[in-house]
Design a protein around this ligand. Sequence first.
Ligand code: ATR
Length: 273
Amino acid sequence: MTDLYAVMGNPIHHSKSPAIHTQFAEQAKMDLVYSAMLVPLDGFDGAVKEFFKGHGKGLNITVPFKENAFNLADSLTPRAKTAQAVNTLKLLEDGSILGDNTDGAGLVRDLTVNNDVALSGKRVLVIGAGGAVRGVLQPLLNESPEEVIICNRTFAKAEVLASEFSQLGNIIAKEFSELSGEFDVIINGTSASLNGELPPVPESVIASHTSVYDMMYGKDPTAFLLWAQNLGAGKIVDGLGMLVEQAAVSFDLWRGVHPDSMSVLSHLKSQLK
Ligand code: ATR
């Protein structure tokens, strides 16, 4: 019987996950079906249970259900525990459900492997303190950056994250107005780009050795990436690669094969244009 996989969210029509995973399965010559499932806001737990009762083997979970998935999982990977959010569920042999979070691993892989951006020993600025940032901090700190400065419009949220993750590395919360010096890597994890807005980052953080990453993506570079490019940033990268890489890590967790994500990424890029 064909194994079933899906992404659950609300809304879900925009999801690129079915296209990505279908290409991964074709590459690996694996017989599986991956679909997108719109789940009612009050129906998440029931939908998951129903899915795994049938031939469902794995799920990706997206907005707004990542915390529900965290609470529903019978066991959690360490990175899902620290993220307090789950984007991947896997049915284990004993019938229990494992929760993982592959977002941070996807970001780190896209930066370090696909874009040749080193993190180890580097000065890193992270902007934002919502769920997206919480989900990536552990894998980021595992790369041993010299320091991670975290800034957020609502400063108190940055302070909470910095103190929560301080055991894992050198992470400090700062107000935007306190930022000084150039950074090697800047990661925009806010949703500001969705509205074409810019977080209030001083221009002095950008230098020719700065790589700037926006977790958002679109047909054109985000307002934040264009701002950085105009200031002479050495590299600008949008979040499409993170999307593909988090999917690749999920696929590997389910099927034990790490897909060739680069060919899928180029295909998606050409479709966006
Ligand atoms: P997500 O799950 O995508 O992280 P979220 O938890 O709502 O969504 O967090 C959104 C992040 O984007 C927050 O850090 C938010 O800042 P606040 O904590 O002050 O709300 C940030 N954000 C959204 N719009 C922004 C803007 N126009 N300028 C700066 N930061 C913005």
